[in-house]
Design a protein around this ligand. Structure first.
Ligand SMILES: [Fe+2]
Length: 466
């Protein structure tokens, strides 16, 4: 099924088939309190005969479910049956994706003008909006799926007339609502920051104008403020419409300042904008209020070169340079003065996660990007209070995103387990790994029936939620 050789190539190799449901062989002991599903999303196939997807972010969406019950694990995986996926299976490159162009027939070029052939390949994240389990990407509609079988269902319909546009696959939970933005393009471009409650209607919190909008992969939110940061990695919407390039090829690093927008979640104050040094970020870590400032922890870079370093031909050859990659803390004053930066830890990390129950999370969990032959080579637990770190690492194993699952009834940030999938390049197989969050020792692993893709993001949904 997978014909590749180096550890890096294995990390980004094609998967060609759905799997399961099937029981996995467990080594060690999975805590008996762990009941529920770890559902992941991510790229899993890039080659379809004449169709060759070019970037890690372009691969076809592949859902995986690790269901835990009575210390056993059952595994299911399914490709999302999107229009983009069906077209690729038939050898047609009809859809503009993150970094791969659509075929340049006249009809597809005209379709590109209308932005109607943007991909519907929802390969980035999963979230539960009320009773709907949905897969998300940065353009197009969220795609509903069955959380048990992972079967593809209809696109999600929002209960409003806000329309679509570039957005993030990282909505932030604020109480019983979700906060995100939609970028509206036209004569006047603006980020429409919205809050969606259980009825599926998006309420506009603020409209942030932007002549040349930025690539904004995630946002943050404290108890009082949503945080949207414009990095100096921007695009000209008119040129985007006329040139019909793949989405990310419209963006250029201009080296100017970053703009941190603070949006009051209850609309009690006008948005505040603070300037900051030039930097780039995919992933916010956590956000909290601190007196007259909002504190924003994130994984930052000195520039946006990481985006081009993740084209498949590059990332399969060499480690991304990732200049300045570090865990950073920006402090944005509510009076609009410039934000300052503190480096919490110089570390080659990505895909950060925290205990989402914590108002000011202390511990960060993240894969470590390798500098040698592996794309990732460990999982870090970083104590943001002391910069101390603990490491899980095994020879030849490349882990994906690690999530913290609290023990029911607990309150401590390390009272639970850490779950992730690791690909063993030497044995050419993958395992779901369970760490004790308090000791960072491996408690159990469940071997998968095949090598699994590194993927992007996942969530744990407890059995009581589903
Ligand atoms: Fe992401």
């Amino acid at each position: 099924m997978i014909a590749a050789k180096t550890p890096r190539e294995l990390t980004f190799a094609d998967v060609t088939a759905d799997t399961g449901p099937t029981g996995l062989r467990v080594e060690g002991t999975i805590p008996d309190w762990l009941h529920g599903s770890f559902v992941r999303n991510g790229s899993a196939r890039y080659s379809f005969g004449p169709v060759e997807l070019r970037h890690w972010f372009d691969g076809m969406a592949f859902l995986q479910r690790f269901a835990f019950s009575n210390s056993q694990v059952n595994y299911t995986s399914r490709f999302i049956r999107s229009d983009s996926y069906r077209a690729a299976l038939e050898g047609r490159a009809e859809y503009q994706s993150f970094a791969t162009p659509a075929a340049r027939s006249l009809s597809s070029w005209l379709a590109g003008l209308a932005l109607s052939n943007l991909t519907d390949n929802t390969n980035v994240n999963v979230v539960r909006y009320g009773e709907s389990c949905v897969a998300l990407t940065e353009v197009g509609l969220p795609r509903c799926f069955d959380p048990q079988t992972l079967d593809t269902l209809a696109p999600l319909k929002f209960n409003d007339d806000l329309g679509l546009g570039p957005t993030t696959a990282h909505p932030v939970r604020c109480g019983d609502a979700w906060v995100n933005y939609t970028l509206k393009l036209g004569l006047h471009n603006e980020y429409v920051v919205w809050r969606m409650s259980a009825n599926g209607a998006r309420e506009v919190l603020a409209r942030i104008p932007s002549k040349r909008p930025a690539y904004v992969h995630s946002i943050g939110a404290s108890a009082r403020y949503a945080v949207l940061i414009e990095y100096p990695y921007r695009f000209d919407p008119i040129a985007m419409l006329l040139q019909a390039k793949p989405f990310i090829e419209n963006f250029q690093w201009n080296g100017g300042e970053s703009l941190i927008h603070l949006i009051h979640l209850k609309g009690e104050a006008a948005p505040v904008t603070c300037a900051a040094e030039p930097f780039f970020c995919f992933h916010h870590v956590s956000t909290f209020d601190d007196g007259d400032s909002v504190v924003i922890d994130l994984v930052g870079y000195d520039d946006a070169s990481i985006v081009t370093d993740l084209y498949l031909d590059r990332v399969c050859e060499t480690a991304p340079a990732a200049p300045g990659l570090s865990l950073r803390r920006y402090r944005a004053p509510l009076n609009g003065q410039d934000a300052d930066r503190q480096t919490l830890l110089n570390a080659r990390i990505e895909l950060p996660r925290v205990d989402v129950r914590a108002e000011r999370p202390r511990y960060v969990y993240a894969p470590r990007m390798g500098v040698g032959e592996s794309f990732t080579d460990g999982i870090l637990q970083i104590d943001t209070a002391s910069a101390a770190q603990r490491v899980w690492e095994r020879p030849d194993e490349s882990p994906g995103e690690a999530i913290f699952v609290p023990k029911p009834g607990s309150t401590g940030e390390t009272d639970g387990v850490v779950l992730f999938v690791a690909l063993n390049a030497r044995e050419q197989r993958s395992a779901l790994v369970v760490l004790d969050a308090a000791t960072f020792e491996e408690r159990a692993r469940a071997w998968a029936p095949a090598m699994l893709p590194i993927g992007f993001h996942g969530q744990f949904w407890s059995a009581t939620e589903r």
